[in-house]
Design a protein around this ligand. Sequence first.
Ligand code: XMP
Length: 513
Amino acid sequence: SILIIDFGSQVTQLIARRIREIGVYCEIAPFQSAGEAFQRLKPKGVIFSGGPASVPDEGSPRAPEAVFTANIPLMGICYGQQTMAHQLGGKVEGGHAAEFGRADVEIVAPSKLFEGVWEKGARYPVWMSHGDRVTELPQGFSVKATSENAPFAVASDEARRFYTTMFHPEVVHTPDGGKLLRNFVVEICGCKPDWSMSAYRAEMSKKIKEQVGTGRVICGLSGGVDSAVAAVLIHEAIGDQLTCVFVDHGLMRLGEAEQVVTLFRDHYNIPLVHVEAEELFLSELEKVGPDPEAKRKTIGRLFIEVFDAEAAKIGGADFLAQGTLYPDVIESVSFSGGPSVTIKSHHNVGGLPERMKMKLVEPLRELFKDEVRVLGRELGLPEAFVGRHPFPGPGLAIRCPGEITKEKLDILRKADAIYLDEIRKAGLYDVIWQAFAVLLPVRTVGVMGDYRTYDHVCALRAVTSVDGMTADFYPFDMNFLGRAATRIINEVKGINRVVYDVTSKPPGTIEWE
Ligand code: XMP
């Protein structure tokens, strides 16, 4: 395996994803606890991530000394390059001209890191993001590639197998980055690329059986991919010791609740309790009014109450199953130490454990979202289900700014279904990360036939993203938008105007509330 030491870069997780794509198991540890992770994992190689700190600053993060003396290959990226150089006796200075974004590197000497990928004398595009830089290399190191602002774009000590890059090989903007990482983990560290999803499935099935024994497991289904994959995997391992509970809050998309029930009951034959709680949720939501946080909190609270009551009805359980993913588990590197600001109170099935005092079964804890999709396919979940865009726990309630009514939700459901239908027809569903309609609490005047209309505005949203943390709006062709708008206005009573949201995240968020 490979250990990745996290120095707080925004893109550390991408290093892990690239390595898993190669078929090699890896874990991320924050620099503060990297020493323990190193002892436990005994990795064949270590990668130092980038990060926002400055090596010359007192108290800036360092890698544990043990990794330098273990006689294994190391790779330092950006801040990782700087701290490695510093810890091995080189010099790092701050305040140089920052090189953000695209840059070209020129290869000046061969290195195992880019053997078979980059050739001496040629230039290749990479993605740089840094301010400080190494000004003196440690003993044994020499320059292998340079760029205009980064004389040490690649520097390495080939004898000790220590490699450093000033650019980020893990991002897609470094087109050959994946090949460099492959060279590092497979050729240099000697890891076998044999980590596969079917091996994971078998191994996890065994682990679930061991953990649960003859106990009973309850699993909340949200309609999303994660909880569904977790449930099917657990059912495969322990059969009917598992009961699924689907709290139907009436805030799902068109036809979605039925799909979940059919899939689980008819296709998989998994015991499922379908709690039809629409009336309860809507009557409570009508009371709370338009405040987004109040809406989110109400939905979270009701969900837990309803779930709890259902669990009691079926006689309780020993374990609670959850679709927790690796990104939720990774301890984040915090420099301020203070609590970060709450932008939105996230709700999903995850609020349950504190309340329910059950042991947790979390078979997806080691996986990234795209790996969960691969596992879902492996388990035979339909492609249409596995490939679905993410959907938030509070559902359509946060896509209906202002007060929630059943009437508004029904209008929104129809508009959303037409929009997604057009996206599918245009072959764009898989190119877009998430797309949905929002029903605005604003009415405008229009004319239809000879009549005056005074109806709602519908906003369309579509973004590209890697993980939902940052996003760009999707640049639809105007003809597409015109087509979707015409259909929505003609087919959905209650909407007479359609607008397209061209906000990126940041400064916007993906959802409107
Ligand atoms: P924002 O709106 O914060 O959304 O940019 C980022 C991603 O998270 C989803 N989202 C949620 N998912 N519970 C969830 O399970 C929530 O409360 C929640 N709020 C937002 C959102 O759909 C997007 O994919």
